[in-house]
Design a protein around this ligand. Structure first.
Ligand SMILES: [Zn+2]
Length: 666
């Protein structure tokens, strides 16, 4: 046995012991009933710099920082006040401040799985005890209503008794939804029922209050639907699944009430909706829940509707960075092709929701185009939302900054916190779930979706298969996957060939490569070149696998020029630059404080330069551009996600393709 095979066998042995010790952890979120299941993040160990640094920063900085801010700003005291443990009024300006605490618990629970920490575990138990104490005897839990239902935290919200008035804005069911998501994660990570029991008591109350012949108003802000699906998964209770579908089915159905309208996706029954409208975070959480219903209930009407909405987004409403929700006003989707750059909204929460949604679309279908959108969002819009240090955040994520328009809720760069701090706490719960998106399984098929150095233990049709992936992605396109089943066995391995590698930046005509290069890839098994068929965006390798067999994928990473559909006014006559999965941006600090007038000619050649000391280690692109008058200028581009770390300044993703021509003479 050679050293390499010996190591592979040793890994199998160690991981088998690891699993036998009960460390393998939970199935990934919301997956029961889907034809495909992810290899859960708890069975995946990151071995790279790029992602493990981010997960560790999230654990060591973002989560403690979020808890400290929640303590300072009264979000945890609100639970104590509601419990009668102290006297006082509700602190905070939003009716959904409770959810920040829930999201932090969710993120902390995920990180406990990969990084056991008894002190954090005890800390969570302390907070959960306060949450349990704040719960009313019948299960109700929303602190501002319990503290004083005659007062409202926000001027736009009328005070009143629980969920009978203003359910459109009260966020009571939104608070419940994040409680369920946190309880699910905490239970699966720790095996403790303390938060799960609070969640179930609340869900029982809501199930008694809402339903046919009872209250029929849908939530003003979606998320309870996916939360209920998760409670159904851990308890096996069908009622929770039915309640989730009931809430979805009430949207756009008046039943004697005034519809909330497009902002809340309450303008038409969900199965009749065919375009993304309204508040983007609400929408993408709802679309995620619709895929849950489509997959788990096997509902064709839900499947068709959510597919139409996805087609609408991907062909008309998706930023090149994967961000969604173009408008500041209403934090909402714009019209078709309404994708401004300077005034782009692209809320961080909406990018996270876009990942959740596309992951579910993949788990339902096995089609790589959803992972293409997921990857684009993940590597660009989503991680731009948090600083490299992990303690400042973007709420909106524009694709241009003039150094004057204070896009980030009164700021020109990332901020530590917001009155509505949904984005920082959503980052905290999202980052540790990233290892969930790398591998997946359907029957005898193993999917390799994301290229992230990692070791994983997958159960393929009941037998363990150890995976070891090595790559320098996203900086380099060579990927090696070592596949070690416990014995020689037939198996299908599907290796995702990213759309960007085969001439298709997005699975639509919204963006296309303008440089004519077809791209391509090379695949080898045990160093022997193969040319497998491409099915649903995957190279399908069906063979007998022996321990230590190796797949090598090579994805060339030339610098690519991207142009947008002419109907996107903001990008007309412009070009953006990509390399691999990354969108690049020019910042003033690297470009003589002048990036908005840059012209990148068709003939521009780029030098690719590794800069380990810059911005946590990036690859920069260098070339020669010109200004509008044609004067030549040096150009340096950095990955978009890393912008705004070196002071306030200008930034652009889209550049003019041509210098201004002299006016035509008649
Ligand atoms: Zn947000």
């Amino acid at each position: 046995m050679d050293t390499y095979r010996f190591c592979a066998r040793l890994t199998v042995a160690l991981l088998t012991i690891f699993a036998a010790a009960g460390v393998e952890g939970p199935a990934a979120e919301g997956t029961r009933g889907y034809p495909i299941r992810p290899v859960p993040f708890t069975a995946v160990r990151l071995t790279d710099q790029f992602w493990s640094t981010r997960v560790e920063t999230n654990r060591a900085v973002t989560i403690p920082f979020g808890f400290r801010k929640s303590e300072e700003e009264g979000r945890i005291r609100n639970f104590e006040t509601a419990a009668g443990l102290r006297k006082g009024e509700y602190e905070g300006k939003m009716p959904f401040d409770d959810t920040d605490v829930y999201k932090l618990i969710e993120g902390a629970a995920y990180s406990l799985q990969s990084h056991p920490d008894p002190e954090l575990d005890r800390f969570l138990d302390g907070i959960i005890a306060k949450i349990a104490a704040a719960q009313e005897p019948d299960g109700y839990l929303t602190t501002y209503k319990t503290i004083d239902p005659t007062k409202s935290p926000a001027p736009w919200l009328k005070p009143g008794p629980r969920w009978e008035l203003e359910l459109q804005g009260s966020h009571e069911l939104y608070n419940a939804g994040h409680l369920y998501e946190a309880a699910y994660a905490h239970y699966r990570a720790t095996g403790k029922r303390n938060l799960l029991d609070v969640a179930l008591k609340n869900a029982e109350l809501i199930a008694r209050a809402f339903g046919p012949g009872k209250l029929t108003t849908p939530p003003g802000h979606q998320i309870i639907e996916t939360g209920l699906m998760k409670l159904a998964e851990v308890t096996g209770e069908e009622r929770y699944r039915q309640l989730a579908k009931f809430f979805l089915d009430q949207r756009g159905v008046s039943n004697g009430r005034k519809l909330f309208g497009e902002y809340n996706q309450d303008h038409a029954p969900v199965v009749d909706q065919n375009a993304a409208v309204g508040h983007a975070v609400r929408a993408a959480y709802m679309y995620s829940a619709m895929v849950d219903v489509a997959a788990i209930e096997n509902d064709p009407l839900y499947r068709q509707a959510v597919q139409k909405i996805w087609d609408n987004v991907v062909s008309r409403k998706l930023y090149l960075t994967g961000a969604i929700g173009a408008r500041h006003k209403g934090e909402a989707f714009g019209d078709d092709f309404e994708l401004p750059n300077l005034e782009a909204y692209g809320e961080t929460c909406a990018s996270i929701a876009n990942v959740y949604w596309n992951q579910r679309m993949f788990l339902q279908s096995g089609d790589a185009r959803y992972i293409d959108v997921l990857e684009r969002t993940l590597y660009n819009a989503a991680i731009a939302g948090v600083s490299l240090k992990g303690d400042t955040f973007f709420y909106p994520n524009p694709l241009e900054s003039d150094g004057k328009f204070e896009f980030n809720i009164g700021a020109l760069t990332r901020k530590p916190w917001f009155d509505s701090s949904c984005c920082p706490t959503n980052i905290a719960r999202f980052i540790p779930s990233v290892p969930d998106y790398i591998y997946a399984i359907r029957g005898e098929t193993l999917f390799l979706n994301l290229f992230v150095p990692s070791e994983a233990r997958a159960d393929v049709a009941g037998s363990p298969v150890v995976l070891r992936q090595e790559t320098d992605y996203p900086w380099d396109g060579r990927v090696t996957l070592r596949v070690t089943p416990d014995r020689d066995r037939p198996m299908e391995v599907r290796v995702r060939i990213p759309g960007w590698a085969i001439g298709r930046p997005v699975p639509s005509e919204l963006y296309r490569y303008a440089d004519g290069e077809a791209g391509g890839f090379e695949l080898r098994v045990n160093n022997e070149a193969i040319k497998p068929a491409l099915t649903d965006g995957y190279a399908v390798i069906s063979r007998r696998w022996a321990p230590g067999d190796t797949v090598t994928l090579t994805l060339p990473m030339p610098v690519r020029r991207v142009v947008a559909d002419e109907r996107v006014e903001a990008d007309r006559g412009k070009v953006a630059i990509e390399r691999g999965p990354l969108v690049y941006a020019a910042e003033g600090v690297d470009n003589n404080n002048s990036v908005l007038d840059l012209v990148i000619p068709r003939t521009a050649k780029f030098d690719i330069e590794r800069r380990p000391e810059l911005l946590g280690g990036v690859t920069v692109l260098k070339s020669t551009a010109s200004d509008r008058k044609g004067a030549s200028r040096p150009l340096m581009l950095i990955p978009y996600y890393a912008w705004s770390h070196r002071g306030v300044g200008k930034m652009a993703v889209w550049f003019s393709r041509e210098t201004a021509r002299p006016a035509m003479q008649p």
